[in-house]
Write a protein that binds this ligand. Structure first.
Ligand code: COI
Length: 349
């Protein structure tokens, strides 16, 4: 265990990692995986290279017109030193769907899985000890070829970099406080809210920073048409529980099809809950018994309060709700190899 607490840097210094107290931030690791493709052409041979800057044209389509997608998944180290990935083929398929929407060449599922495996194994020493966090894997598919007129890029780059991470929100799994945003919207029908394109994320920063300035953890968005149906939080999906029935906003093109969201829907069903994917009115959410968020980065995170206009509703007296707790345990036990993977979700490296 000792050698995992100290990580040697390239300049021969040793960094001591305090695995008990590190949050969700970028911690550069040793290698990244890079693969290139021309528009309509074949993907070249991917390779591992030292983690570092990419050299791209200032005219790159990703820089000028936002032609880019990203993914997020995690690798866990188990007590018996196995390395587990959670549903990586789901990320591969979501990237293919996103590439179609963003007019980019997609990457075959097998190539995606191979690249993830290479990136994780090359950075194996950065996977936190069991129970102390995970290795967050960030695949990017970006238009790196230069364009001036508005056209798809003539060249694309697929990159995977990784970073060890702990809990996403400050305070670990403590319930978070959300503010409902009713002026700005995250996505509109017919737009790109349902794909993981880079352009969906910078616009939420303004409202997120404003909310954080008021002491909230994040922002909850409403639909852009009626401004009353719950969509998602800036960084994760949302669920509510009322009378032991679980509901989450249905996917209709404006909500990110989260892999944790999908897994929780399936897992809750197998735990005996009734689960509905349907429109959720913000008023219903305020009247819920329990609310929680899901995402690769946030995992399952209870919501302690929601503030909508001048109303602040608290859930579970500030404690973690029973359903969120049960589903968090059920999910993370599978992800960390502590429970039998009856769903066939785990890929062992
Ligand atoms: C993830 O959960 O993997 C995401 O991509 C959310 C991101 C804002 C950290």
């Amino acid at each position: 265990m000792e050698e995992r607490l100290y990580v040697e840097r390239k300049n021969n210094t040793r960094e001591c990692i305090d695995w008990d107290n590190f949050g969700f931030g970028l911690r550069p690791t040793d290698f990244m995986y890079v693969m290139k493709c021309t528009l309509g052409g074949e993907w070249g041979k991917g390779k591992l290279q030292p983690f570092g800057n990419l050299e791209i044209s200032p005219a790159a389509a990703v820089l000028n017109y936002g032609q880019g997608l990203f993914e997020g998944l995690k690798a866990y180290r188990t007590e018996d030193e196995r390395i587990l990935l959670f549903r990586p083929e789901e990320n591969a398929m979501r990237l293919i769907a996103g590439a179609d929407r963003m007019s980019m060449p997609s990457l075959p599922v097998d190539s995606f899985l191979h690249a993830v495996e290479q990136a994780v194994l090359a950075n194996k020493r950065w996977i936190p000890p069991p129970g102390k966090g995970s290795l967050y894997i960030r695949p990017l598919l970006i238009g790196t070829g230069g364009v001036l007129g508005l056209n798809p890029a003539p060249e694309y780059t697929f990159v995977i970099y990784v970073s060890p991470v702990g809990c996403y929100f400050k305070g670990g799994l403590a319930p978070i406080d959300l503010e409902v945003e009713s002026f700005y919207h995250r996505a509109a029908p017919g737009g790109t809210g349902g794909v993981k394109t880079i352009g969906n994320y910078a616009p939420v920063l303004k409202t997120q920073l404003k909310a954080k300035g008021k002491g909230f953890s994040d922002v909850l968005y409403l639909d852009a048409v009626e401004n009353k149906y719950v969509e998602e939080v800036s960084s994760c999906n949302i669920f509510m529980v009322k009378d032991n029935v679980i509901s989450t906003p249905e996917l209709k093109g404006t909500i990110l099809p989260g892999i944790t969201r999908k897994s929780i829907v399936e897992l809750a069903g197998s735990c005996g809950y009734e689960v509905f994917e349907r429109p959720v009115d913000v008023e219903e959410l305020l009247a819920a018994d329990e609310v929680f968020c899901t995402g690769t980065a946030v995992v399952v995170n209870p919501v302690g309060s929601i503030t909508y206009e001048s109303r602040r509703i608290k859930y579970n007296g500030g404690e973690v709700g029973e359903v969120a707790k049960e589903l968090y345990e059920a999910l993370t036990n599978i992800q960390m190899g502590r429970a039998e993977d009856k769903m066939g979700w785990i890929v062992e490296l």
